[in-house]
Ligand binder design. Structure first.
Ligand code: AMP
Ligand code: MN
Ligand code: MN
Ligand code: MN
Length: 287
């Protein structure tokens, strides 16, 4: 069965290619009935997206994907049903965005050293007033012919050990979760299958996340394999966490999967939306 709920996607407010209006229209076209917009470290698209969702009779969930540093590694924590006006959240996200500007300057300097000029201006050209991210550097580098696609450009320039990668300190896990939960939202570990943690550290993360009030982990996401759906469904169960799902859509030709194409959660999962008033009595699956 195909799921009609998508709780993870990006607009031009972060590193997606569709505007908040366009992504909601796109989701509607693809049959999505419950949508969360989860831009990286910014909530600026939520009001517009909600208004557009209403015109489609779609249920809209306020979301955000917060960049976190945990044990010197980068993790992403999705907040759902957040209050985007909650002052500690607003301030915390503003600080992360300020850090992104500093990191971008460092990345451009690092790229300069390997003979790549104009990367800062080039990347900002793509970010168009939204947050600045590695994805925007990737688009610039592809445009200039340094790599053929997103996957190749990350591998060659933008990951740890490569010329354009700069170590960065994001929010702490404690802070990110306090902002989300304090605003009335629920915290979700995004795409756990993408963290190269090792079994023991992964279990420690789950433990700590739960102790901090975490609600769910993403089980079905665009970047998980079918085997990982099962693996993380099992992990959710053993930690008594709920399960979430989302495409992590960034636009056509970007990474991962199209909207409206993900399979439903494995049947033994407890959906993170189980008790949400927004989705009661809604049919969330189709053939
Ligand atoms: P940033 O938060 O600026 O470090 O950028 C992270 C974003 O880059 C992620 O949200 C993805 O959209 C994208 N990304 C990260 N790693 C990869 C990869 N290996 N291939 C393609 N896109 C990636
Ligand atoms: Mn992204
Ligand atoms: Mn992510
Ligand atoms: Mn994402």
């Amino acid at each position: 069965m195909r799921a009609l709920i998508d709780l993870h996607c990006h607009s031009t407010v972060s590193d997606g290619v569709l505007t908040p209006t366009e992504i909601v229209n796109h989701a509607a076209e693809k049959g999505v009935r419950v949508l969360a917009l989860t831009d990286h470290d910014d909530v600026a698209g939520l009001a517009t997206a909600r208004a557009v969702a209403e015109t489609h009779g779609m249920q809209f969930i306020n979301g955000v994907e917060i960049s976190v540093t945990w044990r010197r590694r980068t993790l992403h924590i999705v907040g759902l049903k957040i209050n985007p006006e909650y002052a500690p959240l607003v301030q915390g996200l503003a600080n992360i965005r300020a850090g992104r500007h500093t990191r971008a300057e460092g990345m451009a300097q690092a790229l300069e050293k390997v003979g790549i000029h104009g990367a800062l201006e080039g990347a900002y050209e793509y970010s168009k007033g939204g947050i600045i991210s590695r994805t925007h550097f990737a688009r610039f580098l592809i445009e200039k012919g340094y790599a053929k696609d997103t996957k190749a450009v990350f591998k060659r320039y933008l990951v740890k050990g490569k010329p354009g990668y700069v170590e960065h300190q994001w929010a702490s896990l404690e802070d990110a979760m306090a902002w989300i939960i304090g605003s009335g939202g629920v915290a979700v570990i995004a795409h756990p299958g993408r963290y190269d943690l090792g079994r023991v550290t992964m279990l420690e993360l789950m433990h700590e996340f739960r102790a901090l009030g975490g609600a769910a982990i993403e089980v079905v996401t665009g970047s998980h394999t079918v085997d990982q759906y099962q693996e993380f469904a099992k992990m959710a169960k053993s930690f008594d966490l709920a399960s979430s799902m989302g495409s992590d859509y960034h636009g056509k030709g970007q990474t991962y999967i199209e909207m409206g194409r993900l399979p439903s959660l494995p049947s033994h999962c407890v959906p993170v939306w189980r008790d949400w008033s927004e989705v009661q009595n809604m049919e969330l699956e189709a053939h």
